[in-house]
Write a protein that binds this ligand. Structure first.
Ligand code: UN1
Length: 509
């Protein structure tokens, strides 16, 4: 791809990795960005030094006092403009995502669509930051709760959704009256620069000050500064469970708030009554979409013995059709993994599957030759395994789909589905109402997302997104996820000349 096509995003105009909203600076070690699609060097950014970080946080802190005073619907107007600008930049930003991260162009566009959708959602939300009115137990008293801006929000994002996850957090936090500091993955710094350039123009056009939306770049050390920083009220972190545990511990030590969206080990349960055509499409997209690097990717297929052989055959057949190659070429279904480190993790996992007794149905390999020069293209794998294998219990960020057989009642499949440490996304394919309802009941899936007759990935922004157990418990995006970005206050007002105490306590002087 010709990177000049992306000139509207200004990603190559400067190579500073720090921004306080309107201006760019930074002088720390260089981060180079290479495209996994062809191995070519795209550009570099200078990472943020500790002194520069201090400058960013001081500015953010100061500006939050200004921003929290702007009426929420007016803040919403800025997000409306952001959504408008994203509509204009959808193709160019989608291309950059595809080129720098390696997901298919369709999925790159899908990611930008999520950004647009969350902006629309946040604009409406800016007039709906409701609290409840509560009937007081005391005469002449009124009670209600209200939500105030929280302060500075730190956003740590992963490479796999290099723009959308920032937007989920940014759009909500900004309408809620918070200011934001973003630390993107060092694997996709140019996507972050593009987003920051987009929001920066809107801030400039509206004469808004520095410090509303900032970016800092660097490795885990920069993430640690954010997690340790008492001036940051909420740390929203998306990534591996390992990273999330470190962030959670550090933030908890200072009793700060964290919002964690970590690993998944997502399964689709396929019951005897499942529509198999739908099942195969849902499972294949879930397993190979984004080359298996979504946190909602389908990792396990738990299939009833009555339909097991049929599902197995259809899947193997479907995998033969998958075209792997340049993600910007719309004929291809699957692009590369993010880098060679990811490739070696994939190979390592395949080794373990074999060692632990798995039966490989569709072999995995690293592709070589024309078009595959980056060394990041691999083939998607299907392996027959048992759920308790150590490797199956782990999230491997690669296109490896595990096939697991269950017998008897659907409860047995649900138990297998729940027998992992992660709890993000889950699905059941069934036309049996009893099975579907059981799966969604308190005795069913223990995940934050539970679907019927759709796959595990591709959640809409309107629902709260996140999961339980080692997935971290946070909820981002739709529904009432905004509440995490605000502080709640309960107010009681006495409009009488008496002072009755709650709980019926008598206290006279
Ligand atoms: C992620 O993988 O970090 O459900 C987020 C999906 C997307 C979000 C995935 N809406 O696949």
């Amino acid at each position: 791809m010709n990177i000049k096509e992306l000139s509207s995003l200004k990603v190559l105009e400067n190579n500073f990795g720090t921004s306080t909203g309107l201006t760019w600076f930074a002088s720390g070690p260089k981060i180079d960005s290479f495209s996994p699609t062809n191995g070519e060097y795209i550009g570099s950014v200078f990472s943020t030094t500790k002194e520069e970080y201090e400058e960013v946080i001081a500015k953010a802190k100061e500006t939050q006092l200004f921003w929290r005073d702007i009426p929420a619907p007016k803040r919403g107007e800025i997000i409306r403009l952001l959504g408008e600008r994203l509509r204009k930049e959808k193709e160019s930003l989608g291309k950059l995502v595809s080129y720098e991260m390696g997901k298919s162009y369709q999925e790159g566009l899908g990611e930008v669509q999520e950004m647009i959708d969350i902006c629309d959602f946040a604009v409406g939300l800016s007039r709906q930051l409701y609290g409840n009115t509560i009937h007081s137990e005391r005469p002449g008293h009124r009670m209600y709760d209200q939500y105030h801006p929280l302060g500075v929000v730190g956003i740590i994002t992963a490479f796999n959704f290099p723009v959308a996850v920032w937007a989920w957090n940014a759009a909500l936090a900004l309408v809620c009256g918070d200011v934001i500091i973003w630390k993107p993955s060092e694997k996709t710094p140019l996507c972050a620069i593009a987003c920051q350039n987009i929001i920066s123009e809107i801030l400039k056009e509206n004469n808004l000050p520095e410090g509303i939306s900032s970016v800092v770049t660097g490795d885990a050390e920069v993430g640690k500064w954010i997690a340790e920083d008492e001036r940051i009220s909420l740390v929203s972190a998306t990534g591996s469970t390992r990273m999330g545990k470190q962030v959670a511990e550090t933030v908890a030590r200072r009793l700060g708030k964290s919002l964690l969206e970590l690993g998944g080990n997502n399964a689709i349960v396929v019951t005897p009554s499942a529509d198999l055509k739908m099942t195969i499409i849902g499972a294949v997209f879930g397993a190979v979409g984004t080359a298996g690097q979504r946190c909602t990717s389908t990792r396990r297929l738990i299939v009833h013995e009555n339909v097991y052989d049929k599902v197995k055959e259809s899947l193997v057949e479907a995998y033969k059709q998958i075209k792997i190659g340049d993600p910007l070429d719309s004929n291809n279904h699957m692009g590369p993994l993010i880098d060679r480190v990811a490739v070696s993790m994939y190979l390592d996992a395949l080794e373990k599957v074999k060692q632990q007794g798995g039966n490989i149905l569709v072999e995995g390999k690293v592709l070589e030759g024309k078009g595959y020069e980056s060394g990041c293209y691999v083939t998607p794998v299907i392996a027959e395994v048992e759920n308790h294998y150590e490797i199956v219990q782990h999230e491997t960020f690669a296109p490896i789909l595990y096939l697991i057989k269950y017998t008897g009642e659907v409860q047995n499949a649900i138990d297998l589905q729940n027998s992992v440490k992660q709890g993000l996304s889950s699905a059941i394919m069934t036309t049996n109402l009893r099975e579907a309802e059981l799966f969604l009941s308190q005795n069913g899936s223990d995940c934050g997302i539970a679907n019927v007759n759709i796959g595990t990935s591709g959640a809409e922004i309107g629902g709260a997104f996140g999961g339980e157990k080692e997935t971290g418990g946070g909820r981002e995006s739709g529904s009432d996820a905004w509440k995490a970005y605000m502080r709640r206050q309960t107010n009681t007002i006495n409009y009488t000349a008496n002072l009755p105490l709650a709980q019926g306590i008598k206290f006279d002087l």
